[in-house]
Design a binder for this molecule. Structure first.
Ligand SMILES: [Zn+2]
Ligand SMILES: [Zn+2]
Length: 337
């Protein structure tokens, strides 16, 4: 099976990559220092280009599209509205842009697409009987305001001195060292928080009333990424609370919010990779999360951290992994009877 295997689709039009999903080298034991360093600093790797791109985007947003921190000490409509408006614009351009590219202009055709079926129209599962319109509604009406509310609270908290209090006794070296360390760790914090929050959403208490809405999307497109119940939005974006507790600078929190807001666009594209040029493509954890939407009880986190492997829920896309997960679920259900 090759990477461009349209010919290799099964009778249901499904395609899967030839290679099994592997976890990031930081998770291997015994450690592989050379592979880890290459992954951390190489291209493509942990930092370059994907996370660095979003870090640059957060820095530009802070520098040019965010009011002065002191002016956000009191909650006022003008700056809250400004943040909401620019976040609506960011999400619309990113999610809408990827949707147009993949599904309207068919920029990649069906190359690297997991399922040849179109996104759903006519199903009562979705608001307006249209998957894309339903997904846009939940993203823009509930998702972006929740994201913005966390951002507003962040600036208001920093401007009033409620956040970022601990300053290493005024040491600039330690302050900026801590700043860089938290930037470096932000994608890992996102991955850990997402795993535990996601497991919580799959409990009996929260699955049906809350998380099932996201799982209406069995086949996924970019707009599915933030199509969640409002309670899930509150839980999902609460990853920034980690930065409220640790960060000394609002940019750390902004970057954390941006990762939560923007990563789902690509990870829900329905394609294994976004082909940028003939020789370079972006893989935003797409196959990993696609398998979660397809089989539900696997791949709750991402390939960055070892939690799925540790808890026996890691599906690497192979038939062997599929059989092992089925067996584990059968045993668990039998034990509950
Ligand atoms: Zn999802
Ligand atoms: Zn889920």
């Amino acid at each position: 099976m090759t990477d461009t295997a349209f010919d290799d689709r099964n009778a249901r039009g499904e395609w899967r990559p030839a290679n099994a999903i592997t976890l990031a080298p930081i998770n291997t034991w015994p450690p592989r220092p050379a592979a880890t360093l290459k992954w951390l600093f190489g291209f493509p790797g942990y930092i370059w280009p994907y996370n660095a791109f979003w870090l640059g985007f957060a820095a530009l947003t802070w520098a040019f599209l965010t009011p002065d921190l002191a002016s956000m000490a009191t909650l006022e409509l003008w700056w809250v509205g400004l943040l909401l408006g620019r976040n609506v614009a960011f999400v619309t351009v990113l999610f809408g842009g990827l949707h147009l590219y993949f599904y309207v202009f068919k920029g990649q055709g069906d190359e690297l697409k997991f399922n040849a079926q179109p996104l759903s129209t006519g199903s009562r599962r979705f608001r307006f009987k249209n998957q894309v319109h339903d997904n846009m509604f939940h993203t823009l009406v509930f998702g972006v305001p929740t994201m913005t509310a966390y951002e507003v609270l962040t600036y208001w908290g920093f401007a009033n001195g409620y956040l970022g209090l601990f300053d290493f006794g005024g040491s600039q070296v330690l302050f900026w060292g801590w700043f860089v360390l938290l930037l470096f760790l932000a994608p890992i914090i996102h991955s850990l928080h997402f795993y535990f929050g996601h497991r919580l959403l799959h409990t009996k208490l929260l699955y049906k009333p809350v998380h099932a809405l996201h799982h209406h999307n069995v086949e996924i497109g970019p707009w599915s990424g933030l199509s969640m119940h409002p309670v899930e939005h509150i839980l999902y974006f609460s990853t920034v609370v980690v930065q409220w507790l640790l960060a000394l600078h609002p940019v750390n929190a902004l970057y954390q919010i941006h990762l939560a807001a923007f990563l789902p666009a690509l990870s829900h594209s329905g394609f294994q990779k976004l082909k940028v040029t003939k020789d370079f493509d972006l893989d935003g954890g797409n196959h990993f999360h696609y398998l979660h939407h397809k089989y539900f009880e696997c791949n709750y986190g991402g390939s960055l951290t070892p939690l799925d492997k540790a808890f026996g829920t890691f599906h690497d896309g192979t038939d062997e992994a599929h059989a092992a997960i089925r067996e584990r679920l059968r045993t668990r259900r039998a034990a509950l009877k």
